[in-house]
Design a protein around this ligand. Structure first.
Ligand code: ADP
Ligand code: MG
Length: 228
């Protein structure tokens, strides 16, 4: 499997503006990422970073081009196969954590495994171990809404890692936390990828975070072409 990884070829995506104009956001994005690699996507707000991550995760469909992960062409999968792929191989970390506020930290982290019908004992053991790595042992049973922004984002990373994803997609994961927590999150993400031979694509505005990555790509508004 290791000769594969993520391969993106000539990806294009446009949206329709309210006045009917087409907004061309991605105009032929081509890049690849090998196992064990973390690729940073930078670029100003509106340059298409989130759009690109949504396409990579099969949350939206491209107008043109292909995305292949470990030999599996994501861009040609039907919704049922995409949903299996998302559940079993992809981990997402969003800028605003997207955790369930009324559930506890450990319930949030264990949830993807419960949905995948893993045994409850295993799910909670694995969730506890990730929360331990995130230095949140004493917050396991706290509802998400009682945690600080930095704690919530560390829980969000734990949830993204709980299924051992092969492809980790992070959309400005530290955009909403202070610099020290941001760097800690970035290092945890990078070490997961290196230790597990996963692939991560991370949109970020932070030079500190980009510096932790193996390569940095820049998306530019209006002339979106990523070169390596
Ligand atoms: P970034 O994450 O780099 O800030 P986005 O990918 O969110 O950029 O957005 C890129 C451009 O695409 C923006 O101009 C945005 O307004 C537009 N856009 C994104 N999603 C949609 C949508 N669903 N419908 C219309 N326009 C969209
Ligand atoms: Mg964005």
């Amino acid at each position: 499997m290791d000769e594969f990884g993520l391969d993106v070829v000539d990806l294009r995506k446009s949206f329709e503006a309210p006045n009917g104009d087409r907004i061309e956001v991605l105009r032929g994005v081509t890049f690849n990422a090998k196992h064990g690699e973390v690729v940073a996507i930078t670029g100003p707000s509106g340059s298409g970073k989130s759009t690109l991550l949504h396409l990579l995760g099969g949350l939206d469909t491209a107008d043109h081009g292909t995305i292949t992960f470990d030999g599996n062409e994501i861009t040609s999968l039907d919704e049922r196969k995409l949903s299996t792929l998302r559940r079993t191989q992809i981990g997402f970390v969003f800028q605003f954590h997207n955790l369930l506020p009324d559930l506890s930290a450990i319930e949030n982290v264990a949830l993807p495994l419960m949905i995948a019908r893993e045994k409850r004992g295993y799910a909670y053991e694995r969730a506890a171990s990730l929360l331990h790595d995130a230095r949140l042992d004493d917050r396991e049973d706290h509802p998400i809404s009682h945690l600080s922004g930095g704690e919530q984002q560390r829980v969000a990373l734990a949830r993204a890692l709980v299924t051992h994803p092969r492809l980790l997609l992070a959309d400005e994961p530290t955009g909403n936390v202070d610099a020290a927590i941001g760097e800690e999150l970035g290092k945890a993400l990078v070490s997961y990828v290196r230790n597990n031979g996963a692939v991560a694509i991370m949109a970020t505005h932070s030079p500190t975070l980009a510096a932790l990555c193996d390569r940095v790509f820049v998306l530019e508004v209006g002339k979106t072409r990523i070169n390596q």
